[in-house]
Design a protein around this ligand. Structure first.
Ligand code: 5AD
Ligand code: SF4
Length: 484
């Protein structure tokens, strides 16, 4: 049989983006060919997210559209990978009969065999036993192995990072799984219990990625600040790990996502003050500002404790940008609870926040024990109100950057350039030459704010100083400072 031509589509979080890279690596090692165009593929893989029903519906709708093609090309293989695979198991075929193979996040190393079987007409699934009681050691080892071989995201044709991959940026898994069991969240059910990778493995991988040209490293984990390992006769927490990674030559910026407020220690906050490579950016999801809701969410902190931790970090390094996630319309959330969330948002002055409408996930404590009693129209209203409030504040915070010089790590040519060139006289006046000659580039400040400015494409993957000339709630607009 000819080697399969595989296309990978990725949905969801950074962990999924990394999983997609691992899938690519596992397949490359098995002689499969990765293709960038789904029409040229005979195996279509979907790395999926089940954190909200909306995300799942999108996947079902896109996979459903493949039915006519599957009728025309009966040998086409469709694979469901990632969190939805573990969540739904073989039953997923009742809803989406075009699916041939189903593979859980912990089983990705088995994909070459699953694909070969599917091409021979045998539909199969590779799942972890339910509720995270599996022994993950073997599958983690296989993933570690793929991780050590994986090239930089977006660096080879057909790799899933293509188009989305950010030059010079690499994710490295510090922890897999989650033990927090926030009552709304499906992640502990589909990704299993917390497992910390040994520091030596993480350091080796960072060294290799830096050697391949990465300049920015982001350590990943669902609650990465709970990192705890023992190796070489000593204990390691996330602060130890960050300090060691920061010593590596070639590294420009080091970040970590996501942090859990209940595990935010002073020791970790000190890293922001003491380790220059660590960027002043902290993703610290609050989820709600209401004590009663936080309790029902099983988050393990009060709104006051949350604010104390933000204050602790800012006392040590005032310019840390804190970003958050919120869920609105959680079971029993009253208008008073929602107002408490708005109050927390006003006090914390986030640099950004994602807002989600509560979506009951099968198997979670909230879905099983609490009635989804906030009507959808009300969820939508709160969602819009909270987003407007977040943007009002991020807009005000961003305005403080106007007139300042910031160091931007240039990630890419703007995929959707902001209006300029004539239609924006400010830009044209500030940048008359390059507005015509250069494309718009998009990058990040150390505090992770998005900056756009006009410049030559060869700046992608480098750091440059730019002058901020205007701002919006989500973006800083800048011009290059002429090299002196
Ligand atoms: N409904 C809505 N939002 C959710 N999140 C996680 N589970 C749910 C759910 N059931 C949100 C949380 C989390 C982010 C990744 O997704 O805010 O931080
Ligand atoms: Fe889900 Fe909570 Fe774990 Fe985050 S910390 S992945 S919200 S259970």
């Amino acid at each position: 049989m000819t080697p399969p031509r595989v296309h990978i589509t990725t949905y969801g979080c950074q962990m999924n983006q990394l999983d997609a890279e691992l899938v690519a690596e596992v397949l490359r090692a098995s002689s499969a060919q990765l293709v960038a165009d789904p029409k040229a593929a005979d195996v279509l893989l979907f790395v999926t997210c089940s954190v909200r029903e909306h995300a799942e519906n999108r996947v079902f709708s896109n996979i459903g559209k493949l039915a006519p093609r599957k009728r025309r090309e009966p040998h086409l293989v469709v694979g469901l990978l990632g969190c939805m695979a573990q969540e739904h198991g073989p039953a997923v075929r009742r809803r989406a009969p075009v699916i041939d193979l189903v593979c859980a996040p912990g089983r990705l190393a088995e994909l070459p065999a699953l694909i070969a079987e599917a091409r021979a007409g045998r539909k199969r699934e590779a799942l972890d036993p339910p509720r995270g009681h599996a022994d993950f050691a073997a599958s983690d080892a296989a993933l570690d192995d793929a991780e050590v071989r994986r090239p930089l995201c977006g660096s080879s044709p057909g790799s899933p990072g293509r188009g989305r991959g950010k030059t010079g940026q690499a994710y490295v898994v510090a922890m897999r799984g989650c033990d927090n069991f926030c009552s709304y969240c499906v992640v502990p059910l589909v990704r299993g219990p917390e497992r910390c990778r040994p520091p030596s493995l993480i350091l080796e991988e960072v060294r290799r990625l830096l050697g391949q040209g990465a300049r920015r490293i982001t350590l990943l984990g669902q609650a990465v600040n709970k990192y705890a390992a023992e190796e070489g006769g000593r204990r390691w927490d996330l602060a130890d790990l960050l300090e060691k990674v920061a010593e590596m030559p070639g590294l420009a910026r080091l970040s970590f996502i996501t942090s859990h407020p209940k595990a935010m220690t002073e020791r970790l906050a000190q890293v922001f003050r003491d380790v220059p490579a660590v960027t002043p950016y902290l993703h610290l999801p609050a989820q709600s500002g209401s004590e009663a809701v936080l309790e029902r969410m099983n988050r393990g902190y009060t709104a006051e404790e949350y604010m104390d931790r933000v204050a602790m970090v800012r006392a040590l390094r005032p310019d840390v940008a804190v970003a958050s996630d919120f869920i609105v319309g959680f079971p029993g959330e009253s208008e008073t609870d929602f107002e408490a969330t708005c109050r927390l948002v006003r006090r914390a002055r986030f640099s950004g926040a994602f807002v989600f409408k509560y979506s009951p996930r099968p198997g979670t404590a909230a879905a099983e024990r609490l009635a989804d009693d906030v009507p959808d129209a009300e969820k939508r209203r709160r969602n819009n109100r909270l987003l407007a409030l977040v943007e009002e504040i991020t807009g005000e915070e961003n305005r403080k950057f106007v007139g300042r010089t910031v160091r931007v790590f240039v990630e890419e040519i703007s995929p959707r350039p902001h209006a300029r060139k004539g239609s924006d006289p400010f830009f044209a006046a500030a940048n008359p030459q390059s507005a015509i000659r250069d494309p718009q580039l998009r990058g990040r400040t150390p505090c992770n704010r998005i900056v756009v400015f006009d410049g030559p494409p060869q700046l992608v993957g480098t750091e440059v100083d730019v002058a901020v000339i205007d701002s919006g709630p989500l973006t800083l607009f800048a011009t290059r400072i002429a090299p002196t």
